[in-house]
Design a protein around this ligand. Structure first.
Ligand code: A2P
Length: 335
């Protein structure tokens, strides 16, 4: 069986990667529609030697579509995805617009594939930093149940889309030629800098990105009590996020056991040989789908059952496009 698939936001960083991944994983496509704004209508995109023409998104774009992959911002998702559902499509959306809705499953295929059955037309793809953390955490959580996490993220500019990637590249080029940098996408210069703000701040001083780790993490792990303290930082890295994570577990778990579990976990590559300088780094996780985990050690600051580790993953792939295509693959197993 083959399916009519539309990508909403096909010209963006995530949309472009979805195209590549659908092709790579040989998703059974009948017709493929590339939807974007009016600005991109008519633009030609070649995939696997086949040329596609980008279409302006309108309500009619979703006629006869079986599966929509959403790779656009929240406002565009809210405007078009309910129309797609009304017309009978099933949507896998990468925006945060529907993630916490009760009747919208929030899925990481390695963590909670069973929840997909509860969908009512929309399935949400989690936040990229949350996906990368939970792919690494899941094998440990299944063994010892996580109860508290302290996370610091080091997030690539690709999280802000094509314009984030271009802003870093343009600033580095400008600085190399002694020119003034232009700041449009991020709050401050990102080249040679770190920005401890992703999203807007709440009344407690936490950013919207930081609260996603807790709120989405609770929903995906089905752990409403999970306590998360997160600091999200934008770093001048192109497309892999890195995260430092301390987890306190309900049950005992030692470093050896954690290594064994992670070595055998789906979607994970254990890279943990500090004596020979082997640990995950964002350059090594670029353009592939595994979350690399290493630097696993006992938390020496507490008597609790707590471990610290470090993980990296490609934000555009596993953090967004690959996870969405994997969800679509689970969907067609059900259809
Ligand atoms: P366009 O390239 O035509 O602006 P990114 O997050 O990488 O910037 O990507 C955002 C995606 O959302 C792009 O594909 C962009 O298309 C698309 N988009 C932006 N505005 C609209 C709109 N009004 N209708 C449909 N797609 C849109």
């Amino acid at each position: 069986k083959t399916y009519n698939v539309a990508i909403l936001g096909a010209t963006g960083a995530v949309g472009q990667e979805m195209l590549k991944i659908l092709n790579e994983r040989k998703f059974p496509i009948k017709e493929l529609h590339l939807l974007a704004s009016k600005r991109s209508a008519g633009k030609k995109i070649t995939v696997n030697e086949k040329e596609y023409i980008v279409e302006e998104t309108t309500a009619n774009s979703f006629d006869n579509i079986d599966i929509v992959l959403g790779a656009a911002e929240n406002d565009i998702a809210k405007k078009y995805l309910p129309i797609a559902v009304e017309k009978g499509a099933i949507v896998v959306d990468n925006s945060s617009a529907y993630r916490l809705d009760k009747d919208v499953p929030l899925i990481i295929p390695e963590v909670n594939p069973q929840d997909i059955k509860k969908h009512h037309g929309i399935i949400a793809n989690p936040n990229c930093a949350t996906i990368i953390a939970l792919v690494a955490l899941q094998p440990l959580h299944a063994y010892a149940k996580a109860k508290r996490m302290v996370v610091s993220t080091y997030q690539a500019v690709s999280g802000a889309g094509v314009k984030g990637i271009m802003e870093l590249q343009q600033q580095l080029a400008a600085l190399a030629h002694g020119k003034e940098v232009e700041i449009q996408t991020f709050q401050h210069q990102i080249a040679y800098n770190l920005i401890p703000q992703i999203g807007s701040f709440d009344e407690n001083g936490y950013s919207s990105e930081e609260m996603k780790m807790q709120n989405e993490g609770r929903k995906i792990l089905n752990s409403p009590e999970l306590a998360v303290n997160c600091t999200c930082v934008r770093v001048p890295i192109l497309r892999s996020h890195s995260e430092s994570i301390m987890v306190e577990f309900e049950q005992p778990i030692d470093v050896e056991k954690a290594r064994e579990l992670l070595a055998n976990a789906k979607g994970v590559k254990l890279v943990d040989d500090p004596k020979s300088n082997q640990y995950p780094m964002p350059l090594d996780t670029t353009d592939q789908d595994l979350v690399y985990v290493g630097r696993i050690r006992k938390d020496i600051s507490t008597q609790a059952n707590a471990l610290s580790f470090w993980c990296c993953g490609d934000q555009v792939r596993k953090g967004a496009a690959t996870n969405a295509v994997q969800i679509a693959e689970l969907l067609i197993e059900e259809l």
